[in-house]
Design a protein around this ligand. Structure first.
Ligand SMILES: Cc1cc2nc3c(=O)[nH]c(=O)nc-3n(C[C@H](O)[C@H](O)[C@H](O)COP(=O)(O)O)c2cc1C
Length: 227
């Protein structure tokens, strides 16, 4: 485990440690703690199969906040897809509401909350579009039904109901029967390149830890904040 000084200049390193611990649990020191955390990890694995969409087992779920053209906040969940191009990546439909908002204003916030241990990471920055090659590569890793649904309708467009969705998805499946479903032009990734990263960790005595990394002229400085 790295200490504060080691991570002081690099919020990415700290994020990756926390992200990994959100998946496996924080490891204690000594054989007893090791045994407890191993049992805990096993229990998590079993529960994650039973409840695959529980946020407890999905540390990759993040809230993405954007800004509407009339300066209102706009937020939704997205799946974090790793550190790419110096930022936090996710994939979406560029023609969705969030895509249109990011076209006009690239400022965004990504927020992670993990409950075991209780931690929050907030990333403020500006998005950059990922390459078409990256979009195609990720598209190929998605399930066929997922691809068909994304190719069938533009995300955030108004539809008459579930029947329309089923019909249009079925239509795509039919058109591309026996062939790969191509990645739509409007579908791709973003990388949220941070200007500020804030880490919050809950403590049992309610004296929580909060620290903020701010990017100044290419260098990260760290400040402590009252929780
Ligand atoms: C757990 C979860 C994960 C999601 N992941 C994504 C994602 O990675 N990309 C995406 O475009 N939408 C994702 N969605 C759907 C979005 O939350 C949202 O409904 C959709 O992107 C349309 O948002 P918009 O109209 O603000 O653009 C996810 C929803 C949930 C509940």
């Amino acid at each position: 485990m790295l200490n504060d000084n080691t991570t002081a200049s690099d919020p990415f390193k700290k994020f990756l440690i926390w992200y990994s611990e959100a998946q496996t649990g924080k490891e204690g020191k000594g054989p007893k703690s090791y045994l407890i955390s191993s049992c805990f990890r096993l229990l998590r694995r079993v529960l994650s199969v039973i409840f695959p969409w529980s946020s407890l087992f999905r540390p990759d779920i993040a809230t993405l906040a954007t800004v509407t053209p009339d300066s209102k906040p706009s937020a939704r969940s997205v799946l974090f897809k790793g550190l790419v191009g110096g930022g936090f990546s996710f994939y979406t439909d560029y023609g969705s509401d969030k895509g249109k908002e990011l076209d006009l204003n690239p400022s965004a916030v990504m927020l992670f909350y993990w409950s075991l241990p209780p931690r929050q990471v907030r990333i403020d920055g500006k998005v950059q579009k990922l390459s078409r090659e990256a979009a195609k590569l990720y598209w190929e890793s998605r399930t066929r039904v997922n691809q068909a649904a994304s190719a069938a309708v533009r995300q955030s467009s108004i539809i008459s109901g579930r029947e329309e969705l089923i019909e249009k998805t079925g239509h795509i499946e039919l058109i591309y029967k026996g062939k790969p479903i191509p990645c739509p032009d409007s579908w791709g990734g973003y990388s949220l390149v941070p200007e500020m990263v804030e880490f919050w960790e809950g403590k049992l005595d309610w004296l929580h830890d909060r620290e903020k990394y701010i990017l100044n002229n290419g260098c990260w400085t760290k400040i402590k904040l009252a929780p």
